[in-house]
Write a protein that binds this ligand. Structure first.
Ligand code: HEC
Ligand code: HEC
Length: 252
């Protein structure tokens, strides 16, 4: 047995002791230095993506109107928008996260090809739009059309998975505050994303982080934007209700 496998089996035993506790934002688990850096726009490299997103937002692309043509004064008109995603799209009944909503404007209102998940353009625009909600409380809808998605997300969160047979919950509720490979295990909410991660040497989406956790337990990694991760994202956002949005977060 590898040390890593042994470590995980140890963890899975400890994780059976799940206790009800107050959900804390990702920043509560950062070192004091990383927290200072995250809060400082001049030192948080995530703001370079925000800046690039801002440039793209104002730029016309071919014959299509720029984003800003329809979203004038985005610091006001899009303030708080990110706190309400994922949400069910009224027209299609599908669950959309912020990336999905932006791609929808890109393809349906600009009539341009989608940027693609994890492209620098979509990450920049998502980080830019999210930056207008920095510090505002998460406020996703969880009733009505959102409810079945929320329930699917919760079931995913609680399901044991992968070769290591661990659920999200076992780590992100049961082992909060414990160390794992140099990280302090947090409540696993998504309010810091898109985030700059040192390991990525760049900004990545929440789904990139979820893929890393899936891989960590040797479970199926779903595609970026997959319905399974969207439902999970909604559940994480519901867990985070009332907590401040922190994107662009800074992570190890
Ligand atoms: C031709 C006009 C138009 C263009 C161009 C456009 N949008 Fe939109 N956008 C809209 C409309 C209208 C809505 C409201 C859609 C709805 O609620 O169904 C919207 C909704 C949004 C929302 C969600 C706001 C909320 O409060 O939920 C975001 C974010 C957004 N757009 C970002 C962008 C970005 C980024 C671009 C450029 C890539 C863009 N839009 C281009 C018209 C446009
Ligand atoms: C073996 C334990 C383990 C399991 C199981 C696990 N994670 Fe994680 N997860 C981590 C560690 C370690 C980190 C990095 C430290 C942190 O932020 O919690 C992390 C980070 C995260 C983050 C980023 C938090 C932030 O603020 O940067 C999210 C979101 C997350 N996990 C969600 C999930 C979800 C959803 C699942 C189930 C699909 C899952 N994790 C399964 C250990 C785990």
């Amino acid at each position: 047995m590898t040390t890593r496998a042994a470590l995980f089996i140890g963890l899975s035993l400890a994780a059976t002791m799940v206790s009800a506790q107050e959900i804390k934002p990702g920043s509560a688990f950062l070192s004091p230095e990383m927290l200072r850096q995250q809060s400082d726009e001049a030192r948080n490299p995530g703001f370079l993506w925000v800046e690039q997103g801002g440039e793209l937002f104002s730029r016309r692309s071919g014959g299509a109107p720029a984003c800003i043509a329809c979203h004038a004064g985005p610091e006001r008109s899009l303030k708080g928008a990110a706190t309400r995603y994922p949400q069910v799209d009224a027209a299609s009944g599908k669950l959309l996260n912020l990336e999905g909503r932006i791609e929808q404007c890109r393809t349906q209102r600009q009539n341009e090809p989608a940027f693609g998940y994890e492209s620098p353009e979509l990450l920049g625009l998502t980080a830019y739009v999210a930056s207008f909600s920095r510090g505002l409380p998460m406020a996703v809808a969880t009733e009505g059309a959102a409810k079945p998605y929320l329930e699917a997300g919760k079931a995913f969160y609680e399901r044991r998975q992968g070769q290591l047979n661990l659920s999200c919950r076992q780590c992100h509720d049961g082992l909060v505050g414990e160390k794992l490979r140099g990280d302090t295990i947090s409540h696993g909410i998504g309010t810091g994303y898109p985030a700059y991660r040192l390991e990525w040497n760049g900004v990545g989406s929440l789904h990139r982080r979820l893929r890393a956790c899936s891989l960590g337990v040797r479970a199926t990694q779903f595609d970026y934007g997959a319905p399974d991760y969207l439902a999970l994202e909604l559940y994480l956002a519901a867990r985070a209700k009332g907590l401040p949005l922190e994107s662009p977060g800074l992570r190890r």
